[in-house]
Design a protein around this ligand. Sequence first.
Ligand SMILES: [Zn+2]
Length: 694
Amino acid sequence: MIVTYPFSAVVGLADLKLALVLNAVSPRVGGVLVRGEKGTAKSTIVRALAAQLPAVDVVPGCRFACDPGALDPECPDGPHEHGAGGVSRPAALVELPVGASEDRLAGSLDVERALTEGVKAFEPGLLASAHRGVLYVDEVNLLHDHLVDLLLDAAALGRCYVERESVSVRHAARFLLVGTMNPEEGELRPQLLDRFGLTVEVRASRDPEERAEVVRRRLAFDADAEAFAARWAEEESALADRIAAARDRVPGVRLPDARLRQIATVCAAFEVDGLRADLVTANAAVAHAAWQGRDMVITEDVRAAARLSLPHRRRRDPFDAPGLDEALLDELLERTSPDDGPGDDGPDGGPDAGPGSGPDRAPGSDSSGDPGGGGPAGPPPGGDEGSPPDTTGGPADGIQGSPGDGRPNDGSSDPRDDDAGPATPGIGGQVAGAGAPHRVPLLEVPGIGEGAAGRRSRARTRHGRSTGARRPSGQVRDLHLTATMLAAAPYQRGRGRTGPGLLLRTDDLREVVREGREGNLVLFVVDASGSMAARKRMSAVKTAVLSLLLDAYQRRDKVGLITFRGAGAEVALPPTSSVEAGAARLRSLPTGGRTPLAAGLMRAAEVLRVERLRDPARRPLLVLVTDGRVTAGGDVDRAAALLEGTACVVVDCESGPVRLGLAVRLASRLRARLVPLDALADLGCLVRDHRKAV
Ligand SMILES: [Zn+2]
């Protein structure tokens, strides 16, 4: 029995357990995404609770976990005999490693044997193993794109489909998808996010009492491990029994029309896309009612369901923070539940009998109480639907400037203004605002890479368009039929062919060479010195870099941010897939002081060196944003030499009628493409404004 999770002090643990329990009670709820920082034992908790799933009956010997009660006619191990009986085994918990191959996930079909021997040889993948169990993806946000696509297809169809050159295999693959992620390391694609029925946020507790309780438990465990384990084992087996009972109750739970309308009202008010949110909320509310021992859904069930099913569906913009306005939720529920009095909560006594009732219950993390008359009776909603405050750096965001005047003010600028920089060393610097991101031209790394799929630079990929054929290095997976036939043709007579059939040998096989796009590491090196602060230029620079960041998100790049000003350079954002983090660092970036350009370049070279070790296939693109002025130490030539061979773009921030052309010289020294700051913005303000005007 796994008893590790009592030792984690995690805020959101009660929610996490409830989310997993609801999924165990009703598979229709559709999985859980656990979001949280490092060190919260997310994986341990998920594994421990997944072990509570009811056992499944399977056809003996079937590698695809066929249900003897409902045989899969397409099962590759079939056909099975009807009424042959089954064996009971625990529901599988299958872990999908982030770097798994496509074959590992979906299974592999031996094309060679199919073509040369006519045998359909299929090796099942993880999707087959996870059928009727849990598919667990730790760090799901780092999953490769082609695996995400496979996963989405399987989840949508409940089947796994593998086809190679018109030899195909399919089998049932219905699984509970559980993922964990650290949002700091990058967000999920919206389609994948939507695939998770529920989300839960967890974080390490900073509450002394809660931490003390965990230590107390740890001491109890150390004092008498056996007794401790026995106590937890008892709790777990009670939990498993209760899940099984709730599961039996689900088909009989009634969802009254009034509750369905309530769900629709809540989903509409939170501006979720499509109807999936309504469906998931309804299923989760039914599961919650069954879990609480009720035969009818009440407002409390809707509330518990909505809290878990809506936070990730109302996101509109990669820069928006997730989360749900609970005050608004309460208000909506109250407005739409005139018939649910406090007496309507059922005989159960409320949520305390829920999964959070164990000794590890996280104080303060249970907010499912009091859906009746005691809720906050706030003012009636006005025209403002309670939208969260706009944190995306709107016009009023900065100390200086607004998008209208944030652009470099051509024609009135005087290069002497740049002296403002060196004249103010030592001050803390000022923070310029940023305008709304706009579309930017495509900046790419020259040549052809082999990095992770993305949308920036040309690359050999698995899913791009076909550009030729080659001999496969291992097993052939993407057969180029014409090239294979051409390779075999000259040898037909020599091989003794007499009839119409082509005689193929393994070394005739050719596979398709494809070309698509890869994501890159886009490392921004931003001059934040005093010369840049002049004439509100920094606001325009921030807008431009913010736009490039949003662009990088859409192209699935990794991004990093180095700034240099005053005494040296600073890694403001180590390479990450989280654009939010980059945007936040950029917005609060102060400006002022001298311009140590060499320090910025040297720091960039160091970051790139480390990243090359970490992720060798990901090619870097250095975007240097500067006016090229140097007013502090370090040999720029020597620093530039360290970046030899790195693809560079210099965004020239110099403006005004008299220009020194320093950035132009710097660009030629770095063999960089030169892009004037204005040219980045010339494509216009097209990206946003799909948000509701505030
Ligand atoms: Zn089978």
